[in-house]
Design a protein around this ligand. Structure first.
Ligand code: ZN
Length: 281
């Protein structure tokens, strides 16, 4: 019996030790499983392949923006028109446009108005706010005689070198000053001082409702003090005439006032009409 008991306890111990061994071997693979989830994570990272799903789900989120395109689609063409610069009028008509910039002195104003009246013409003036404040009666007179007045900014600064806020102020302040005198807005045209403009300037001006007006011929009358003569300016204009020509002249020098009558007579003799800007495009 004793032998049997010993064998039994030995067997029991053996079984227990076997069970213990089994448990320990089962615990051992556990750390392996801990590491295996790490290797399972890469397949999770392959799920980024489904971003197509996320982009598919995002469009419904952008549905509110579907309402936005409706607003710009109609005004956009207008804005694009404003961004286009005018350098020449309608070339389909045998016509010329005289533009007179006013920013400093007034030497030729009376002569210009006299010539326009004589030939029963309407001229186009680009006036600064500063000029209008200094010459309110002249600006009123120009408007009362039926000529067009557009925006030449407030202080005649180089618009390409000032901030967006300053450009806005330059155009808006000039418009305020001039429209208070004439009762008319200076929109939709502006001429950048010194002809200095770029895409940014045109875009900012367009956002306010202004289109940039450049020129076809710079008469160079403003170079009077640098040796440019009356006959040179006259020849420069008449030799370069073609349908749609926009001529840049100034009220501040003496040349324009002295030659305008003759130049207009000669232009009409050549069969050209002389039109204001707004009726020439
Ligand atoms: Zn100017």
């Amino acid at each position: 019996m004793k032998k049997f008991l010993i064998i039994l306890t030995l067997l029991f111990l053996l079984i227990i030790s076997f069970i213990l061994l089994l448990i320990t071997t089962q615990k051992a693979p556990l750390p392996e499983r801990k590491s295996s989830p790490v290797s399972e994570k890469p397949p999770v990272t392959t799920k980024p392949l489904t971003p197509s799903e996320t982009t598919l789900t995002t469009p419904p989120i952008t549905t509110p923006s579907d309402k936005e395109p409706e607003i710009p689609t109609l005004p956009l063409p207008k804005k694009e028109d404003l961004l286009l610069e005018i350098t020449i009028a309608d070339t389909g008509k045998k016509q010329v446009v005289f533009t007179f910039d006013a920013g400093a002195q007034s030497i030729s104003v009376d002569s210009i108005l006299k010539s326009l009246k004589k030939y029963k013409l309407k001229g186009t003036f680009f006036v600064t706010g500063n000029y209008a404040r200094k010459n309110p009666d002249l600006v009123r007179k120009i408007a009362q005689e039926g000529h067009e007045i557009f925006n030449h900014t407030d202080n005649h600064l180089n618009l390409t070198k000032i901030s967006e806020a300053s450009i806005v102020a330059e155009l808006e302040n000039a418009d305020k000053t001039i429209s208070n005198l004439t009762g008319k807005t200076t929109k939709p045209y502006f001429r950048p001082p010194y002809g200095a403009r770029d895409k940014r300037v045109r875009e900012i001006a367009a956002s306010l409702g202004y289109q940039c007006v450049y020129w076809t011929i710079d008469a160079l009358d403003w170079k009077e003090g640098q040796g440019i003569t009356d006959s040179y300016v006259k020849k420069r204009i008449l030799d370069n005439l073609r349908p749609g020509t926009i001529i840049l002249m100034h009220v501040g020098d003496g040349i324009t006032g002295r030659i305008l009558d003759e130049v207009m007579k000669e232009i009409e003799r050549k069969g050209y009409m002389i039109n204001p800007l707004s009726k020439s495009l």
